[in-house]
Design a protein around this ligand. Structure first.
Ligand code: ZN
Length: 505
């Protein structure tokens, strides 16, 4: 009797994280795995820790850009499908968006269909451009429509995340990067000593303005989502957001240096900016030429900004044979980890070209360097899919992976779609996708210690080895540990969500 009471107490006060308790759900998952519609529903409702690789501007669907541009009196060049600022009168080929969208009088002969196709990779196979060309051509097309709408963009992505039970977004965004590059253009000399290459006071001003930009963006999000209202969680208020300062790697070295410096300044100045990433095509001739220089910028600034400069995620190895000459393959990932101290690798596609592949995998596994897998993006941009994708190599070699969207608006997907694609293509088990979901918080740049010692077997940190508390008021060692770590708190919440989710099966 006493044993039973103790068991009941344990069940009430703790919830398990071992897979033995998720047996029902695993069985159900196997039974629906080959039924795409049931699988989609399952994966939509399954808690997903987060999306760690999402570019904010690429996450927006074309229809949203069109709606905002119509409201903002913007125009479109209907030859090149590039958004332009208003007024539209008297300029050849410029048409007010309001006459096209939604349901405007000028939307004839499939104009809107063609615009949406031009702003995304929808049906890209039917066009003359490669997926790579089409993908990267979209960003300059919709740039003008994004101006002044950052808060709306944030509201859109968080609402979409909430609808898929995603708790956290680490968004790549570029506040201040253009200003930093202009400053470098005006006044910089990379040959000089650290501190004298740029005017640091001017850079600090740019950083402060970037923080204000983030403030405005977040204020607009909360106005749009009415977060204080009941039921607001569904609108996206419950989704936590942090930012990665994104450095555009295809610009001149002094401009990339200035952006990297700004990224470190932002990490130091504002808790919401938790890391940095380098973006724009890694196969661009400038990115290839300057790759080593870029890694050395990050290495040096990490030392100068010790403490703030610990969170580096890098697009690395988003390359394949044919796209670039072989000399550029097989070493970017290793350099990102060893030189720049990257804690996460975006894509990691060219790992098999590394002559020391198994050593690199071992290094990543031992040092807990995660890989952000973006299946649709890799298929469209690089033409890499199915057995050619290295996801299985990473899994087999115990390198932690997360699944992410890259640019869900451009690709017209969502995170659930990417989970589904992973399950269907690589026959992943429930246990594996649960680990992947957990990894999105474990390997996030949220501050604080992680809850898991190992997300693969589900073993918890020593403070919580007796199990997780139902609520955090029980004054246990585990509760106080969780309350001191933002990351562990997000992980605890995710485990609670998993518990309720799995209880249905
Ligand atoms: Zn990316």
């Amino acid at each position: 009797m006493r044993g039973l009471a103790l068991f009941a107490f344990l069940c009430l006060s703790h919830f398990g994280v071992s897979y033995s308790q998720s047996g029902g759900v695993s069985q159900y998952f196997e039974s629906i795995k080959n039924s795409p519609l049931k699988l989609r529903h399952f994966l939509t409702t399954m808690p997903k820790g987060g999306d760690l690789h999402s570019h904010l501007s690429g996450a927006i669907y074309a229809e949203s850009y069109l709606a905002w541009a119509a409201e903002d009196g913007k125009c479109m060049d209907i030859k090149s499908f590039v958004f332009m600022s208003g007024p539209c009168d008297g300029r050849n080929d410029l048409m007010p968006i309001s006459e096209i969208y939604p349901g405007g009088p000028q939307d004839v002969d499939g104009l809107l269909v063609n615009i949406i196709d031009a702003l995304s990779t929808r049906d890209y196979e039917r066009r003359d451009l490669s997926g790579h060309q089409q993908f990267f051509s979209t960003f300059s097309r919709f740039y003008q429509a994004s101006l002044g709408r950052q808060g709306d963009m944030l509201a859109e992505v968080t609402k979409r995340a909430a609808g898929q039970n995603i708790g956290y977004l680490e968004l790549m965004h570029s506040p201040g990067m253009i200003a930093a590059s202009l400053e470098a253009e005006r006044n910089s000399d990379l040959a000089r000593a650290y501190g004298k290459r740029l005017d640091h006071r001017a850079m600090e001003k740019i950083a402060k303005a970037a923080v204000e930009e983030i403030d405005e963006m977040e204020e607009r999000r909360s106005i749009l989502q009415q977060c204080e209202k009941k039921g607001a969680e569904k609108e996206g208020c419950s989704v936590s957001v942090r930012y990665l300062a994104q450095v555009i790697r295809t610009w001149k070295p002094e401009q990339v240096y200035a952006q990297t410096l700004l990224a470190f300044m932002l990490m130091e100045l504002d808790d919401r900016v938790v890391g940095l990433n380098y973006v724009a095509p890694e196969d661009h001739p400038v990115s290839l030429r300057d790759y080593r220089t870029h890694m050395s910028f990050i290495a040096e600034l990490s030392e100068k900004f010790e403490g703030a400069g610990q969170n580096i995620a890098l697009h690395a190895g988003e390359l394949t044979l044919g796209l670039v000459p072989p000399e550029h393959l097989g070493w970017h990932i290793r350099d990102a980890v060893e030189v720049a101290g990257a804690k996460r690798i975006g894509h990691g596609i060219d790992i098999s070209y590394d002559p020391n592949m198994y050593q690199t995998l071992q290094l990543m596994s031992t040092d807990d360097v995660a890989v952000e897998i973006n299946l649709t993006s890799n298929d469209v941009i690089l033409g890499v899919s199915g057995e050619d994708h290295p996801i299985s190599i990473y899994l087999e070699n115990a390198v932690p992976i997360t699944i992410s969207t890259d640019d869900e608006g451009v690709s017209r997907i969502n995170l659930t779609h990417e989970y589904q694609r992973a399950v269907e293509t690589f026959d992943l088990s429930y246990e594996t996708i649960k680990t992947i979901s957990r990894n999105a918080v474990q390997y996030s740049f949220l501050p604080g210690k992680a809850l898991f010692q190992n997300t693969i077997d589900g073993s918890l940190n020593t403070e919580c080895r007796k199990g997780l508390p139902q609520d955090l008021k029980d004054r246990s060692t585990c509760s106080s540990f969780i309350l001191q770590s933002e990351k562990a708190l997000a992980q605890w919440q995710l485990e609670k969500n998993f518990n309720s989710f799995e209880a249905r099966f």
